[in-house]
Design a protein around this ligand. Structure first.
Ligand SMILES: Cc1cc2nc3c(=O)[nH]c(=O)nc-3n(C[C@H](O)[C@H](O)[C@H](O)COP(=O)(O)O)c2cc1C
Ligand code: SF4
Length: 471
């Protein structure tokens, strides 16, 4: 994309370089106005969160301000956990310019009047952690953090770490187990009644003097980079880059059965097929695209819908969604039941088990799909049982993970009936069809995590991969 201010090349390696390229103009502009006005510009630009749900950033910020009591401390939390299969955008951004992410977090802190910022990423993303820590120190040395506490927290390599309430648990030193109450109501280090996983009795004499819920803004790292740019270039500039409902640019990752893997910035609204062709060179010679999976949070896009715009509304119109804009391409050699097995197995393993319907439902669906893929098909009536499991998997769920299971698996089975018929007829498939958990993406090459050790559904690690129906 022309004038790519997100994945800048060459990468910004110190604060001085960031300033030379216009960095800090956004922060200066934001700090020169009232917090309300700083929110209004983000609202005018129509920035939507890039962590997956596309929630309007300004509405989230205004909600945190409105929901805070007089004794509350507000927090800004940067979500750089990036665990979605097929997505590498936040790491690419943090490699290209970690200063822009921190600048965006400082704008957010000004807008919601937060004194504390936490940047949460995975300990295994060593290069990212190191760059963030250095960047933080440079902001501090330049006097840009006066009165603000900015912390870099290293979290575990679990998918749920990226879920916003689990992220808060990790920041507080616990495991990434989602809470029941969203961050804009219950944030960090609350002293009010805690109804989440870490529910506990306040045994201080007489209880807390002033119960506080400390609402937290949790934003994806890319969302905050957008905010810094909106304050630098203005809302009109931002809106000129996308569609009315999906303003701005977005960082897209393309992997799977393509000529080369890619991570690049595109203006929202371009056709999905064109994006795959331009960024990743399309599928290999002689093959055609069969399906595109936007991570594991939204239904599959079939070849018939490749002209759908890459935007929130464009992909929703074909029964899918943008998610975190990580597109996994499958060519016509793949059977989508095999893909469904991989997705279900991933979600089953990553499910934390706080909700029975989620852990057991994803198990049952995975076990049935596994039999189909291994050429040991159950009776056709088992498909009805699978659909019943899918219908109930979200019962009393704390978080969105089982909804992902429901939407993605149902779409793969519904939209590829011939593939299901083939597996029901006993034709064995490929249990290791790729669902890329990206470790790196450079120069067109995606490096994926490969075991051993393999994570199992009880979150222990073993030499052997998970098989639910056969040893
Ligand atoms: C299972 C699960 C995993 C998630 N992983 C991530 C992640 O790695 N990074 C991220 O930014 N958001 C992730 N999210 C979404 C966050 O919960 C949250 O919506 C997001 O950080 C909000 O930021 P935004 O409004 O700027 O998009 C995940 C959600 C779920 C349910
Ligand atoms: S819905 Fe699933 S992943 Fe989410 S908290 Fe419950 S058991 Fe854990």
């Amino acid at each position: 994309m022309q004038d790519d201010w997100l994945l800048v090349e060459p990468a910004v390696t110190n604060l001085r370089e960031h300033v030379e390229r216009g960095g800090l103009d956004g922060l200066r502009a934001a700090r020169s106005m009232t917090p309300d006005d700083a929110i209004e510009i983000v609202r005018a630009a129509g920035v939507r969160g890039r962590g997956g749900a596309g929630f309007p950033v300004a509405r989230k910020w205004a909600g945190v301000v409105a929901g805070s009591g007089p004794d509350d401390e507000r927090f800004v939390v940067v979500n750089l956990a990036e665990g979605e299969p097929g997505t590498f955008k936040d790491r690419a951004l943090a490699r290209a310019n970690p200063y822009l992410v921190i600048e965006g977090a400082l704008v957010a802190a000004h807008a919601v009047d937060a004194r504390r910022i936490v940047v949460a990423t995975k300990a295994i993303y060593r290069d990212i952690v190191d760059r963030l820590v250095v960047a933080r120190s440079e902001f501090d040395a330049a006097g840009l953090l006066a009165g603000l506490d900015v912390q870099v927290v290293e979290g575990p390599d679990h998918y749920l770490f990226g879920e916003e309430t689990a992220l808060l648990e990790v920041i507080e030193g616990d495991d990434p187990l989602p809470r029941q109450i969203p961050p804009y109501l219950y944030g960090l280090y609350t002293t009010g009644p805690q109804l989440g996983w870490s529910a506990g009795v306040d045994d201080s004499p007489g209880g807390p003097a002033t119960p506080s819920s400390n609402p937290a803004v949790v934003n994806n790292a890319e969302s905050l980079a957008h905010v810094a740019l909106v304050h630098r270039f203005g809302a009109d500039w931002y809106r000129s880059l996308g569609t009315p409902d999906s303003p701005g640019p977005t960082i897209v990752t393309v992997t799977g059965d393509v000529a080369r893997a890619a991570v690049a910035t595109v203006g929202l609204g371009r056709q999905l097929g064109d994006v795959i062709e331009d960024l990743a060179g399309g599928v290999r010679p002689g093959r055609r695209i069969k399906a595109v999976l936007p991570g594991v949070a939204n239904p599959v896009v079939t070849a018939a819908d490749l002209d759908a715009p890459v935007s929130y509304e464009g992909l929703a119109a074909v029964g899918s969604g943008l998610g975190s804009a990580g597109f996994i391409v499958y060519d016509d050699t793949r059977n989508m039941v095999d893909v469904a097995y991989q997705v279900s197995r991933f979600l089953h393993i990553e499910s934390c088990g706080q909700c029975n319907s989620c852990k057991l439902g994803t198990h049952d669906v995975t076990a049935l799909l596994e039999r189909l893929v291994l050429g040991d098909p159950p009776a056709t009536s088992a498909v009805a049982a699978l659909r019943r499991s899918l219908a109930g998997v979200t019962d009393s769920a704390r978080c969105y993970l089982p909804t992902q299971e429901q939407r993605v698996i149902a779409s793969l089975l519904d939209r590829f009936p011939d593939d299901l018929a083939e597996r029901l007829a006993g034709v064995a498939g490929d249990p290791d069809v790729p669902l890329p958990k990206l470790v790196d993406l450079r120069d067109g090459v995606a490096t994926v995590a490969a075991g051993p050790p393999h994570k199992h559904p009880d979150w222990t690690y073993h030499e052997t991969p998970v098989r639910l129906t056969r040893s």
